[in-house]
Structure formats: structure tokens, C-alpha cells
Design a protein around this ligand. Structure first.
Ligand code: SIN
Ligand code: CO
Length: 385
């Protein structure tokens, strides 16, 4: 993907221009972002997905001013009639389950993988929607089937309605209104209020992004650090972070309940020492960012096929695999590995392209091939696409 090439997907803007002018800043309506757009999954298959335990989904029904929310899995037969207006179902992470949807999501890789989240598909009958709300993350709303009317507004007041099972704005003040046809797309930055109402039966694809929240990320990293510190002679730092407080210079105490200043200093040092090692933090961050979602399961090769391991071969990452890297490490599905030289170059290529040719894979070192075999046994990649 070229940064400076104008893309139809972005209404003739290049990824560089889009990121500079719109990303996290202002909406963009793109007519015919995908000309001739046809839904990649038909209604029946989408509604069948609702029944699966592995799929995150929800149903929202509006009855006048009253909203009801049901979380999936949902039985197809339990859904309201297709003739009933004002209801919608939303299926999260469809890219994890369908190759064509996964391929569509790849078109949005002008944003770093670490920020790309998933592709959600909503189906709605006439009048259906999730109500006026705002999201905390950027989103591209791509119309896949039928029409949807979007009303959007820069909202100053974010107060939510009380007593409803959804996050619905109390006082939505739309500033613009657009009717989207199949192939049209609307980009909204975080915090931009919006309300999408189906005009007839419709399907909308939401390309969603994720951004860590500082408190949650800090808690995840600190938890990882504490595990790291308790592992003696931690292999990442090369030396043990776990030392015992010593006070050979402590003077005699006489019923002294005051905490010694040296102990307070020790506590501060314990934390700063752990935080000072960027390698550990970088590792923990990469592991957190590639951690598969809780409903993700890989399909390892059948035990009878394990004997068929042959190297070199073409490598295609499984669509569920998350692979990122930094200059010193490769991160795959919540694990981190140090890599350097040619191995690092090849594994970085695998993370970027999600594939390696048999020729390229033949250049990996013996320890890297051992890793590749372990990942293959986990079902993290396949030799056929
Ligand atoms: C929808 O597809 O109905 C909801 C998408 C959104 O507003 O974020
Ligand atoms: Co939204």
C-alpha cells in the first residue's frame, strides 16, 4: 500500500492526506468508496452466525421510546419477524470468521495494525438502529446493502439517557444528515455523535479501531511487571529484579512505629527499577496488543497430520493470528520472541505481508524454523491460503 497514492476508498485522498486531514479530527463522507459494493455475507449466513458461541453479537429492538438489548448467542428463531420494523442485530469481529471480510479489513491497513480492531456487521429492518450515541474510537461506516440515513453532530454534551440498556445520548443535536447507498462510506473520529437509521432493510459494515486506555494499559503492564519481577533471573532483563530489603545500618528502635525512610526509598526503587527497563515494557506491550480476544480459538492441524511437517514451505498467517513487531522483538498471539538479523527481517515481512514464499522461508535459521513449527502446531499459520 502506497502512502501517497490516491485511493477510491478514501474518496480520492491518499492515505497520507486522509491521516493528516481527517484521522482523529473530522468526518469524511465518501460516495462510492467501493463501487458496485455487494454484501460479502448474505442475510441468512449472517443471522446464522448469531447462534455461534464463538461470535460476539447483540440484538437491539426499539418499541417507541423503549429499547431492549439481548446479548448473543441468539437463536435464529428467537429473532423478531423480518417484517417487523425497528430492530437490528450486530455481529462483532466477522473478519475472524470469513476470508472475504478479512480481506476487506486489510484495505484499511493504512492505519497501523496495532490500532485496527475488527469489522462488525449490522443487519437492520426498516427504522432499525442503535440510537444516537458516540463511540470512543474512530470508525468507518460502510454501507453494504440497502440504505441508511446517518445524522451526525459534534456534540458538546455527552450526557446519556437513564434507564435504557444502551448508551443513548440524552440531547442529540445533529448538524448534518446523509443517506448512504451501497458502497458509500462515512468516517467518524472518536466522540462524534451519530445515529444511523435503516431506510428499508439494510446492512452496514463498521471498520473499528482500538486504542488503549492509560489506566487499563498501566494495570495490565504493571501486572506483567510484577510477574516478571518475581521470576528469578528474569531472562528479559538478564538480572533478577527481585531483591530483598536489607538494613545493616538500621539503628536501634524504641517502640518505633514509623516506617523507616530507607524502606520507603526501597519501595520507590523497586517500582522505578522495573519501569526503567524499556525492553520489559515493550515486550509486555507487544504481548498485550497481540493477545487474542477471549472468544478466539485456533484450529491446530489434526494429530494424524502432525507427521506431515515439511520445511521450507509457503506460510500464510491464519486470519485470527495477530502479529506485530518492534525493532528487537516479534509478537504473536500474546507471546514475544527476540529476533535479529535475517530472521528478524523475514519475520517482520511475515507480519507485514501475512505471508512468506517457500523461498523466503528457506532462509530462516534453525531456531526460527523450530518456532515456526511450534506456531504451525498451534494453528497460527497454514501452508495453503
Ligand atoms: C450500526 O451499524 O447500526 C451501528 C454502527 C455504529 O453506530 O457505530
Ligand atoms: Co457508533
Amino acid at each position: 500500500m502506497q502512502k501517497n497514492t490516491p485511493l477510491n476508498l478514501l474518496g480520492g485522498l491518499s492515505p497520507a492526506e486522509f491521516m493528516k486531514r481527517h484521522w482523529q479530527k473530522k468526518p469524511l463522507l465518501i460516495r462510492q468508496a467501493i463501487p458496485g459494493m455487494k454484501p460479502l455475507i448474505d442475510r441468512t449466513s449472517l443471522l446464522e452466525m448469531l447462534e455461534s458461541e464463538e461470535v460476539e453479537s447483540r440484538q437491539i429492538v426499539r418499541n417507541g421510546e423503549k429499547w431492549t438489548l439481548k446479548k448473543g448467542p441468539l437463536k435464529r428463531k428467537s429473532l423478531p419477524s423480518l417484517k417487523r420494523p425497528d430492530w437490528t442485530v450486530l455481529v462483532q469481529g466477522v473478519d475472524l470468521h470469513n476470508d472475504a471480510v478479512h480481506a476487506l479489513l486489510q484495505q484499511f491497513r493504512f492505519v497501523p495494525d496495532a490500532r485496527l480492531d475488527d469489522l462488525m456487521i449490522s443487519f437492520a429492518t426498516d427504522g432499525g438502529g442503535v440510537g444516537p450515541h458516540f463511540d470512543s474510537y474512530d470508525v468507518f461506516l460502510l454501507q453494504a446493502h440497502g440504505q441508511r440515513k446517518w445524522r451526525i453532530g459534534r456534540q458538546k454534551k455527552f450526557e446519556l439517557q437513564e434507564g435504557v440498556p444502551l448508551k443513548i445520548l440524552k440531547d442529540f443535536k445533529p448538524e448534518a444528515e446523509y443517506l448512504l447507498n451501497p458502497g458509500d462510506m462515512l468516517y467518524l473520529p472518536p466522540g462524534y455523535a451519530h445515529d444511523g437509521i435503516a431506510v428499508g432493510e439494510c446492512m452496514t459494515y463498521s471498520i473499528g479501531f482500538k486504542a488503549p486506555r492509560s489506566a487499563q494499559l498501566a494495570s495490565e503492564l504493571l501486572m506483567g511487571l510484577s510477574e516478571e519481577m518475581s521470576e528469578e533471573n528474569s531472562d528479559r532483563s538478564g538480572s533478577s529484579l527481585d531483591v530483598i530489603y536489607q538494613d545493616p545500618k538500621q539503628t536501634a528502635a524504641v517502640r518505633d512505629a514509623a516506617i523507616p525512610a530507607a524502606l520507603q526509598k526501597f519501595a520507590l526503587q523497586a517500582v522505578t527499577k522495573a519501569l526503567k527497563n524499556p525492553q520489559i515494557l515493550n515486550c509486555l506491550l507487544g504481548e498485550a496488543l497481540t493477545e487474542p480476544k477471549p472468544n478466539v480459538w485456533f484450529d491446530p492441524p489434526h494429530p494424524d497430520d502432525l507427521g506431515q511437517w515439511a520445511w521450507p514451505c509457503t506460510v500464510h498467517l491464519d486470519r485470527r493470528t495477530k502479529m506485530l513487531f518492534d525493532p528487537k522483538h516479534i509478537f504473536v498471539n500474546g507471546e514475544s520472541f527476540r529476533a535479529s538479523g535475517r530472521d528478524a527481517k523475514l519475520l517482520q515481512k511475515l507480519a507485514n505481508e501475512k505471508a512468506l514464499s517457500a523461498k523466503e522461508s528457506s532462509f530462516l535459521s534453525a531456531p526460527a524454523v523450530e518456532l515456526m513449527q511450534a506456531w504451525w502446531e498451534e494453528g497460527w499459520w497454514h501452508s495453503k491460503p
